[in-house]
Design a protein around this ligand. Sequence first.
Ligand code: FE
Ligand code: ZN
Ligand code: FE
Ligand code: FE
Length: 170
Amino acid sequence: MKTNRIENLDDLFLEELGDLYNAENQLIKALPVMAQAAQSDKLKSAIEEHLEQTKNQANRLDEIFKDLGQKPQNIVCKAMQGLIEEGKEMINKSEKNPARDAAIIGSAQRVEHYEIAGYGTAKSHASLLGHKRVEELLAETLQEEKKANATLNEIAEGNINAEAKNCGCN
Ligand code: FE
Ligand code: ZN
Ligand code: FE
Ligand code: FE
């Protein structure tokens, strides 16, 4: 069997799911680091809550592969590697203060936007391919990613960005 050649939407769809699966698993390792680095309790618990959702999203992808009669593809998501790497750089350049929290939110929102794009595309492809149940599962995750992004936005605009602006600390 030839692997990794993308010749049609079925092949592309599996590739996309493999990429998302790997991205979620990278996040399961990275989100605790971000939560740990955050100063704001609100931000910390938002990230911890999304970590639990993220574990569930990885399980959902397991279910999706099973549904399709496929094994999870191991495709390294280089985009997520880069997003996580940049987030870590920001943390390493900062102290525990509102400026770092604002940076963590920016990094986390980049991650959510990437996931929203990935799941939006995969959901649309599932629909086209007639994978009804899989489409529903992808839609659930897509909603969670959108909600996570909105929550981060609220936290940033609620006070953290303003605190970072007024912060006199180094
Ligand atoms: Fe996710
Ligand atoms: Zn990806
Ligand atoms: Fe990717
Ligand atoms: Fe997410």
